[in-house]
Design a binder for this molecule. Structure first.
Ligand code: ARE
Ligand code: CA
Length: 492
């Protein structure tokens, strides 16, 4: 399950957090397909609890009520239409599946009208009843919630923030979850982000994944398995290790964003990135999905804090350029919406804010400006030139290694990817003014950070590589984008 199921030549997904299905379908056709994205991680597509206090927080979608495909993002018909249209332009859909638990306490109805009662453990929309949940015989924490992350039994059999914990050791529960995932596969999704994987036993996940169908041959070659990446937060300090899950499928690498933030905030000189990868205490590149921030840690959830986000745009763009230029890991670009942060004693009181919405609380569509960026409250990092052009860079240099490493002994670095691409990043407090070996063929290249290559001309800076492979780079330390990236796809 560790092979990304991208169409050929595409190597990066973007998380269109809380987007509507109709917007995603349009985005696949107008932008993600043409600009070389592999796919989209979508918000959970199944029916969830409607939370009104606070009013429709983003996190209500992590409280399943049933596996019906009705959410604030859209109806089942809209979901099917999105999957079909995206696949037709070679953009894959990866569903976020919440299978460890159902809702927290309380009762009411879900986004698809199904009833739920977290008190009596009744979910008729599936159906699940009290027999299908872990209880006192499995969880020994006293109040039923997880408190001690050093007790693997508690982490897996008790309730994560009071969310009713499914008894995945039961065949019936495994079958219902596999049926849900197979329904998505049959519709045409290419894989899954598995929410809270750390809170499920590896053996139970193996059993569920073993029941999954191959991908739909309407869009995929026969015999292809879904791509799966498991959300396992392993920063090294707890009993549960990512290594318990990597033999099954990939894991999300949370160490990555913390270490990268440290570098691009200037606390750890960039020169040390020379051996970036497993040498930094991270898993094998083929076992991980990597990202600068995610929907939790960008707002202080999920052990978050410390990572770079779009709010720190300068460092964020540098960090993302590095991530996309470097071969380590399968890359995911976060795509956010804006919200009014209100940090009191280190905590954002507004970190629950849901997506931009209309008066009836339906999700507002994103608008597109002339420079391709988004409006209506959508941040759309995936549409920032400094980011989407590096997605194309990654596609072009795929399969090459890091060569021609250079650093100034401190916070300025450069490297090539084989003889196909070259990047210089100046995170230092002085300018870079250097003649560097790029490893590239002679020619005039278009810097894809400062501009685009349009109608045979470069709207940004040109870089002249000589017959000896060398070129001169001048990067002001005061630039908003102290990065230059060139590749053989943008040779003038
Ligand atoms: C909400 C309320 C709670 C309430 C609950 C039930 O905030 O107060 O008790 O509802 O009514 C998201 C939000 C939660 C939200 C939940 C359900 O973040 O706040 O609860 O949705 O609506 C751990 C897990 C990891 C998890 C993070 C958040 O290991 O799997 O916590 N991340 C995923 C998603 C989240 C989502 C869930 C799981 C639940 O990405 O968006 O929660 O489906 C250390 C540990 C980590 C631990 C971390 C935080 O770092 O190593 O393992 O992460 O602390 O506790
Ligand atoms: Ca569990």
């Amino acid at each position: 399950f560790s092979n990304p199921t991208c169409a050929p030549g595409r190597y990066t997904i973007t998380h269109l957090f809380e987007w509507k299905w109709t917007d995603i379908a349009d985005e696949c056709e107008k932008f993600l397909g043409p600009y070389g994205y592999c796919g989209v991680q979508i918000s959970p597509p199944n029916e969830n609890r409607v939370v009104t206090s606070p009013n429709r927080p983003w996190w209500e979608r992590y409280q399943p009520v049933s596996y019906k495909l009705v959410t604030r993002s859209g109806t089942e018909a809209e979901f099917r239409n999105m999957v079909d249209r995206c696949n037709k332009v070679n953009v894959r859909i990866y569903a976020d599946v919440v299978i460890n638990h159902m809702t927290g306490g309380g009762s009411g109805s879900g986004t698809g009208g199904s009833h739920y009662d977290g008190g009596s453990l009744s979910y008729p929309g599936v159906p699940f009843s009290s027999w299908d949940f872990n209880a006192g015989s499995e969880c020994h924490s006293g109040d039923g919630d997880i408190h001690n992350y050093n007790d693997p039994n508690e982490v897996r059999n008790c309730r994560l923030v009071s969310l009713r914990d499914l008894k995945m050791s039961k065949d019936y529960v495994r079958d219902k979850v596999a049926d849900y995932m197979n329904n998505l596969i049959n519709i045409g999704v290419a894989g899954f982000r598995v929410d809270a994987a750390k809170h499920m036993w590896p053996g139970d996940l193996r059993a569920v994944f073993g029941k999954l169908h191959n991908l739909n041959t309407k869009y995929f070659n026969s015999g292809q398995k879904p791509f799966i990446f498991q959300e396992v937060i392993d920063m090294g300090g707890e009993a549960i290790k990512a290594a318990e899950y990597t033999p099954i499928a990939r894991v999300t690498n949370f160490i990555y964003g913390i270490k990268i933030a440290d570098v691009f905030r200037g606390n750890n000189p960039a020169k040390y990135l020379k051996n970036w990868g497993s040498a930094w205490g991270m898993p094998s590149p083929f076992d991980v999905v990597v990202f600068i921030d995610n929907h939790d840690n960008q707002r202080g959830h999920g052990g978050g804090g410390g990572v770079l986000t779009h709010f720190e745009h300068r460092a964020y763009k540098m960090a993302t350029a590095f991530m996309l230029a470097h071969p380590y890991g399968f890359t995911r670009v976060m795509s956010s919406y804006d919200w009014p942060r209100n940090i009191v004693n280190g905590e954002d009181k507004n970190n629950w804010y849901g997506p931009p919405h209309n008066g009836d609380m339906s999700i507002k569509g994103r608008s597109i400006k002339a420079d391709l960026s988004c409006g209506n409250g959508w941040t759309c990092e995936h549409r920032w030139r400094q980011i989407y052009n590096m997605v194309a860079f990654r596609n072009l240099v795929f399969g090459t290694t890091v060569n021609n490493w250079w650093d100034n002994g401190n916070k300025a670095i450069a490297f090539s990817r084989g003889n196909r691409g070259f990047i210089v990043i100046n995170d230092d407090t002085a300018d870079v003014n250097a003649n560097l070996q790029t490893g590239l063929p002679q020619g005039t290249y278009c810097d894809v950070i400062s501009g685009n290559y349009e109608n045979g001309a470069c709207t940004g800076n040109e870089v002249h590589v000589g017959g000896d492979g060398r070129a001169h780079f001048h990067i002001s330390h005061q630039s908003e984008d102290p990065v230059v990236a060139i590749h053989i796809g943008k040779l003038l």
